[in-house]
Design a protein around this ligand. Sequence first.
Ligand code: NAD
Ligand code: MG
Length: 395
Amino acid sequence: MNTIRHLTILGSTGSIGESTLDVVARHPDRFKVVALTANNNVEKILAQCRNFSPRYAVMLNETSAEQLAKALNVEGLDTEVLSGVESLEKVAALPEVDAVMAAIVGAAGIRPTFAAARSGKLVLLANKESLVMAGRIFMELIKENGATLLPIDSEHNAIYQSLPHQFNGDFPTAGVSHILLTASGGPFRDAPVASLEQVTPAQACAHPNWDMGRKISVDSATMMNKGLEVIEAHWLFNAAPENIQVVIHPQSVIHSMVQYVDGSVIAQLGNPDMRTPIAHAMGYPERIDSGVKPLDMFAVAHLDFEAPDFERFPCLRLAYEALAIGGNMPAILNAANEIAVESFLNEKMSFTAIPSMIAHVMKTIQREEITTLDDVLMADNAARAAAHEWLVSLK
Ligand code: NAD
Ligand code: MG
């Protein structure tokens, strides 16, 4: 008999949220959904409530919450509907919940993810922005409250699997020399640099290997996603920036590697499907079926590797810079990037303006130390304002 893991899924209507529910549905004897949350997609969360009968459903948006409550009522479903950020925090901290899937996209995920850490939950972390914006305080919060953190991001999940069991962040003692963080290089790895100016949102969102939400798809096309992941790896594994090497690997079969001082390199491989890292973390320490097809090595046949090109991908360089500067700078980088991606997706600026906007915002706002979540949110606000100002100045 398995003990049942009681779950809150933050961002259940998103790409990671849906993959999580796919894994949950395969194991009714292991998982029970207590709460689902979404921004404003009433139709999708209603369907999820029908299938998973959660005790709570939270919509960030109040009007959407009213619509959902009405629809549930008509169908005679007894899920309780809540709204607003405080309710997201509440369902991340419920005493009856053991594990929280943190899969809200962007800075909006930070408060509920922090609430889960503060309540000592098993935190399944997809929302990399929590670590990018506030890595030090987030890791301290996890430790102080006896929470457990398992990475969902495929690269970090692969690194976690490739590190020694019980790794405590001490590279020399564990004999670890480098983390090799793989990256597909996205849809524009080989495109002529001069053509990037004309890239459309649809082209940027068409990732060659992974099917993801729109924000992270654009981040993959600029390689800011890898930049954010370098910062994420720094905090998760206590890795110095010079010990994190980005490796372009177009097939996305190796999801990342750990290089040891004795010459060994341990890698985790699989088909590019997020249900593998999700199932790894959800079932941990046991291995459970994820629904992912077994990897066919003969079909893969070749594995290629290249060094990253910082000229083609200035966002990657900006992320290393923000990490080196430290303090509020990674939060500033992240916020400026969110506005830049949104402005590009809304066709208010070009693809190549994304790094220009971020570089401008990083220059405009002074470095400051960060000690509280409020400091982080202040840096986030200031960066958003500076990014909007820059956008207006373009016209
Ligand atoms: P998505 O856009 O598909 O889904 C985002 C979810 O967050 C949705 O449920 C949405 O309703 C909710 N949401 C959006 N804005 C919100 C707000 N302001 N307040 C509350 N909820 C809000 O995103 P995704 O691709 O599933 O990514 C989710 C997170 O996982 C991101 O942090 C991303 O970086 C990370 N991640 C995703 C993938 C992937 O394959 N999709 C891989 C690795 C990491
Ligand atoms: Mg990733």
